[in-house]
Design a protein around this ligand. Structure first.
Ligand code: AMP
Ligand code: GLY
Length: 431
């Protein structure tokens, strides 16, 4: 059969708004035979079949893949990648080479260990904040690093900490105290090593690429809004909204990003023989027009995917086939010129504790936006209930940022549940 006609039965791992957006996009492919999402949510049901398995239970996943003729696995969530799902599949002959879209376990260390990422950037001359990694035996070096830098002080747990492992502390004594606490187990084993960084001041954006390990394609750039409160105040969340494109990430800025950051990253992985066939997320900061890497992630962003998929034209499955077969260079990435915005409706109390199981009404009245469910579930009687802190990402196109946002907000007003909350100022700091 002509390769370009091959059909795919895809298993997508994950359960958030990101996976809803990936499922929406995959479901548009003429080459998609069937889509399964594990575990999925109350919205992914529109695009495929939810399967109640954990994305971390590789043996159960393997059995499902073999029993259901899956011929591509797309991994939405980082923890499966950091736990080595790529290597698990590649190393098991009975899986007959079923490809996994994502990095090898070693490649996933770009997100799984901040120390690994910083050392990688240092080896390849990639611009990032100055740093020092310390453990309990070198805590005094950490204190000296703080003393030689200006406040605020940046402390990062080395390992995965569910987005909570970064502290930014204004006072020297408090920073030393927090370093002691982190090394003492504040984030469990994740903070037995801590990366200290110079504080960079600027505006952030998220750049995503797809790579087959040698070629790469740059997806639409996005900006997310992490704080719970308007004007970027209050605690960090998983993300309260996103927009794409990003006004300051113009052609000149993106050229610097490509030359100084994307190319050396892809070349560095290749030079070091690190297998990487998947998405790379560059968390960047613009310091006076110069891009620096704040962090790497080895999967797509959430809620950035909810706008990036809206603006990714063409067939995502064709691009993913290029990724897993090492033929990405010959594939075509189309970019939709429209603006896309997403506004996350969340449960009151989030990112702290919040109630679940609240009845959601009004989604049928939505017009002109796409709802990417994040924390929802459908009961057997078809009722839609909240099941997480982030509930639904209300996503829209527009000929301007404001037009797209106006649609998202008009539709948010139709959706109700007890404790509904959202930010009214997504995109406020961009032109
Ligand atoms: P992360 O969880 O790694 O995305 O970090 C959370 C947030 O901390 C980032 O989005 C930045 O806003 C901030 N941050 C991390 N590192 C630095 C740094 N070196 N300078 C300034 N802000 C930082
Ligand atoms: N929105 C940031 C992230 O997905 O990590």
């Amino acid at each position: 059969m002509d390769r370009s006609m091959k059909e795919y039965t895809v298993l997508l791992l994950g359960s958030g708004g990101r996976e809803s957006a990936l499922a929406w996009k995959l479901s548009q492919s003429p080459r998609l035979k069937k889509l399964y999402i594990a575990p999925g949510n109350g919205g992914t049901l529109q695009y495929g079949t939810n399967v109640g398995m954990s994305p971390l239970d590789f043996e159960v996943i393997k059995k499902f893949v073999l029993d259901n003729g899956i011929n591509m696995v797309v991994v939405g969530n980082e923890d499966s990648l950091v736990a080595g799902i790529y290597d698990y599949f590649a190393g098991d002959a009975s899986l007959n080479g079923v490809p996994v879209v994502g990095p090898s376990k070693e490649g996933a260390q770009l997100e799984g260990s901040k120390d690994f990422a910083k050392e990688f950037m240092a080896r390849h001359g990639i611009p990032t904040a100055e740093h020092l990694s310390v453990d309990a035996s070198t805590i005094e070096d950490g204190f000296r690093f703080f003393e030689n830098h200006k406040p605020p002080y940046v402390l990062k747990a080395d390992g995965l900490a569910a987005g909570k492992g970064v502290l930014i502390i204004p006072e020297l004594d408090e920073a030393k105290e927090q370093l002691r606490a982190m090394l003492g187990g504040m984030f469990g084993a994740s903070s037995s090593k801590v990366v200290l960084e110079q504080f960079l001041s600027g505006i952030e954006c998220s750049v995503f690429v797809l790579t087959d390990g040698s070629a790469y394609k740059i997806l639409p750039v996005a900006k997310d809004y992490k704080r719970i409160g308007e004007g970027d105040t209050g605690p960090n969340t998983g993300g309260m909204g996103a927009v794409s494109p990003v006004s300051f990430a113009d052609a000149g800025f993106m050229q610097k990003v490509e030359e100084r950051i994307i190319k050396p990253t892809i070349d560095g992985l290749k030079q070091e023989n690190i297998t990487y066939r998947g998405f790379i997320f560059f968390g960047l900061i613009n310091v006076g027009g110069e891009p620096y890497v704040i962090e790497y992630n080895v999967r797509m962003g959430d809620p950035e995917t909810e706008v990036v998929m809206l603006r990714t034209g063409g067939d995502l499955l064709d691009l993913l086939e290029g990724v897993v077969t090492g033929t990405l260079a010959g594939r075509n990435l189309e970019i939709d010129p429209r603006y896309a915005t997403t506004v996350m409706i969340v449960s009151s109390g989030y990112p702290g504790s919040y109630a679940k199981g609240k009845v959601i009404t009004g989604t049928d009245a939505v017009d002109g936006s796409i709802l990417f469910h994040a924390g929802t579930r459908r009961t057997d009687d078809g009722e839609l209930l909240t099941s997480g802190g982030r509930v639904i990402a209300v996503s829209s196109y527009g000929s301007s940022k404001d037009e797209a946002l106006a649609k998202s907000y008009a539709n948010i007003s139709k959706i109700e549940f007890e404790g509904k909350n959202f930010r009214r100022d997504i995109g406020f700091d961009l032109k």
